[in-house]
Design a protein around this ligand. Sequence first.
Ligand code: UDX
Length: 430
Amino acid sequence: MKIAIVGTGYVGLVTGTCFAEAGHHVICVDSDSRKVNMLQAGGMPIYEPGLEELVKKNVSAGRLAFTPSTQEGVEKSQIIFIAVPTPPLPDGGVDLSFMEGVAREIAATMTSYKIVVDKSTVPVRTGEKVAETIKRYNKAKVEFDVVSNPEFLREGFAVEDFMHPDRVVVGLASRRAEAAMREVYAPFKAPIIVTDINSAELIKHAANSFLALKISYINAISLICEASGANVQEVANGIGMDTRIGRQFLDASLGFGGSCFPKDLSAFIKIAEQLGYDFALLKEVQRINTLQLDRFMKKISDTLWVVKDKRIGVLGLAFKQNTDDVRMSPAIELCQRLIKEGAKLRVHDPKAAEKAKAILGDAVTYVPRMDDVALDCDALVVATEWPEFKKLDLEKARKSMTHPILFDGRNMFDPAEMERLGFIYKSIGR
Ligand code: UDX
């Protein structure tokens, strides 16, 4: 099929590339011409495992192209996916101005039947607004359908998630649109759930809020574990074996971050409020998440007594493993708090150091090699769950430190083993 994707951020670029890989003809549109030039020249604006290879392969096969012109995208395609940012407003609501702008551009340029698919995360009833906007600004009064098709990609696993989804959700109101959407997703061999547009939009916020709730639940349990001498990992394994609960998203941590969960939670709370419901449960999810970082900071200051002028090594800056994304990263927030307390930080991240520099600047020392982070440090902190941190030479790290104290915000190491190696080891809920 001929598909346009408007917006080449994480979601748009992965979506377009994976559709091309599935055999469709895709044109990706972005108003940022520098980004378009970069992609046309074979560069990548983001790090996402496996993506670069797929972009190169599909560009050479002639199934994937990039343009700064929405008009060109609209003219060349029957289906137009909108994957633009929907950033938070100061009151927790959602800024839909990019969405509206693209809907207007599509309306102004379309001359034949089009299916306009919203892939961005939006409040329930946005589809109705998009349809109204297109109707209002399309002078030719051509037919169109609006579809909601939320994404469930995890950064760092986005290509894998897109190619092998648990399910595909499409919200629509016409048979014609349904047939087209089934054809688009036929190569992916995933169950397709067809709903009305409002339900599809709600599924996205309900899913992300539930996953955040699961993390806050286990983080609250981690507090009880610490107070009672239980082990949160044992508890998570014990409850996770119940298939009604499931083990995933039950890893206690210094809190969830990223561009989705914090934003989607605030948005969902605001949407509920506008619909007349006080979603206190989700407010508590947010409170527990903030508390988790506060508690971790307290653990560090209680152990070090005075944080000022302490040399602290920090492993991890990204909001989670396998990504260079530092948006709403608990690791970055931790660094900022430690800097504020006067600590001298030596930081390392396998991919996110460049993006972290834009926030932390010269306030920290960036260490290119993981094994050098601990040098002369009074303490070491694990802030992101990069799997390679498990391979850290702990013996060498201990010897190179002034004091062998390790704060593990991701429960990556075994407490008994750490004790055997001579570390003072503090983790979460164990
Ligand atoms: C999430 C959703 O998983 C995805 O479906 C949606 O489309 C976008 O938002 P993402 O933000 O990429 O994806 O990351 P995810 O893997 O869900 O992790 C979110 C945060 O939760 C990270 O900070 C991670 O470290 C944290 N986390 C995750 C935990 O603290 N404990 C866990 O058990 C799982």
